[in-house]
Design a protein around this ligand. Structure first.
Ligand SMILES: [Zn+2]
Length: 463
């Protein structure tokens, strides 16, 4: 009888009726915070237009995965989710209230996919380019009433089954008086090896790892287009996590969640070029998972998705036009442009000629990007009113930008025919890309809560 069954399964495999993939032993779960469908398509158009040496017409590493679909992202309290409710849905398959972390709408803790993997003997990694106890990573190890209870969340990380944790810093509430350095001490007492270098983190043996940046005051790693050679990025963090987990998990498998958290930060600023460059970093991180997949093709599952869309990015808004080439001249993020403007002011360089020089250098205005008369008028007016007369800011969720920097970047975006409708999250559906072992468990994904349930099934586990 057994022989007969084997024969039939072999026959079905031959005719392609049964998927030849096995159970997912290595799971990569990439979450682009704030990553909308237009952000992704915009990045590919941007790459094709401004990185002409990039192979494959600007394609990102994950946009041709066999499953390419979209999912709803609302929370139980709002059609527009925040990151902690969405991350709870993506980690545990349960809808909750905006601001809640790893608990349901009644504040009861809910089990997440990382905990299930850990209980099954797999190793667990959680990496982000923002604070290690920020909303998205925390949904994979913490359960509490508020995403802002940073101390409680960090304590739960230490007590969790997470073997490799990486972030820019450890977030601490100001009024608590606790510093990231205090938290590091706690982590070491809990037996974790704390490392501030990605290469070294990937080499740690026999100990749990906490990887942080070398500047704990920075709430996030440097943005992709502000990085100098040697600055650590989410790509380095992903590389370190894979090296550590591949070696330390021996033959037990692993679950790795990587959050590209910057995308949300810069989309809240409506900074298109920096958003696209951050998505390129996500793409490079996914490529590392694809390299791993090549070694274990029947046992590796890769998922790329988002918690929500940020900014309501529109690609083209007038007369069938889009001109991505004009974005090629933006050299730094809006936040760095802000700090350059602040340096100018501190040095007493507040003439229009000084400002013109900065905008020529950093955004390519006039020399490379022709400005319309109304653009120039808007720049001059903002300069007099918001830079010379007083220092006016545009406050987004994570950054305080000079109004002058915000207006200048907005003008550049409009010259490319890109427009943002919001400084906040939207209720749009978000993308979902899947490749590898257990694909059949995702064919009916409709809502963000379906994703972790599919992962559990692909791993042969259950909530
Ligand atoms: Zn956000």
């Amino acid at each position: 009888m057994k022989r007969l069954i084997t024969f039939f399964v072999a026959l079905l495999l031959c005719v392609g009726i049964v998927d030849a993939q096995g159970q997912a032993k290595y799971v990569f779960y990439f979450i682009g915070d704030g990553l909308g469908i237009n952000h992704i398509h915009g990045t590919e158009l941007y790459n094709a237009a401004v990185k002409s040496d990039m192979a494959n017409e600007g394609r990102l590493s994950f946009t041709r995965f066999p499953i390419r679909t979209f999912i709803t992202s609302h929370s139980s309290s709002s059609l527009v989710t925040d990151s902690s409710a969405a991350a709870t849905a993506l980690s545990s398959g349960v809808k909750t209230v905006n601001g809640y972390m790893g608990v349901d709408a009644e504040k009861c803790p809910v089990k997440n996919i990382a905990e299930i993997a850990s209980e099954a003997g797999m190793m667990v990694g959680v990496a982000t380019n923002v604070g290690v106890n920020h909303a998205t990573p925390s949904a994979f190890f913490a359960h509490c009433e508020s995403r802002s209870n940073y101390g409680e969340i960090f304590d739960q990380l230490l007590a969790s089954g997470v073997d490799f944790a990486a972030g820019s810093t450890i977030l601490c509430r100001k009024k608590s008086g606790v510093t990231p350095e205090d938290c590091i001490e706690k982590a070491e007492q809990a037996g974790m090896k704390v490392v501030q270098d990605a290469k070294a983190a990937g080499k740690v043996r026999g100990k749990r790892v906490l990887l942080l940046s070398d500047n704990l005051k920075q709430k996030a790693l440097k943005y992709a287009n502000d990085c100098a050679a040697g600055d650590m990025t989410i790509v380095d963090y992903t590389d370190a996590a894979i090296k550590y987990l591949e070696r330390e998990s021996k033959d037990n498998g692993f679950f790795l969640m990587v959050e590209a958290g910057h995308i949300d930060y810069v989309a809240h600023d409506n900074d298109a070029v920096t958003t696209f460059e951050e998505i390129n970093h996500l793409s490079e991180s996914v490529q590392l998972a694809l390299d791993f997949y090549e070694k274990h093709p029947t046992e590796t599952l890769i998922i790329v998705t988002a918690d929500h869309e940020t900014g309501g990015l529109s690609l083209g808004y007038s007369n069938y036009k889009m001109n991505m080439e004009r974005l090629a001249w933006q050299k730094c993020s809006m936040l760095t442009l802000t700090s350059k403007m602040r340096t100018m002011r501190a040095e007493g360089k507040i003439s229009w000629e000084d400002m013109e020089r900065l905008l020529r250098n950093e955004l390519g205005f006039w020399d490379k990007v022709r400005l319309r008369k109304k653009d120039e008028q808007q720049l001059r007016k903002t300069f007099e009113k918001s830079f010379v007369a007083k220092s006016e800011e545009v406050v987004s969720l994570y950054n305080h930008n000079e109004k002058m920097a915000s207006v200048a970047v907005e003008i550049l975006n409009k010259r490319a025919y890109l427009k943002w409708i919001s400084l906040d999250h939207t209720g749009m559906q978000v993308p979902l890309f899947i490749k590898g072992a257990g694909l059949e468990h995702f064919t009916e994904c409709y809502d963000n809560t379906d994703v972790p349930k599919g992962i559990a099934k692909a791993m042969g586990l259950a909530f």
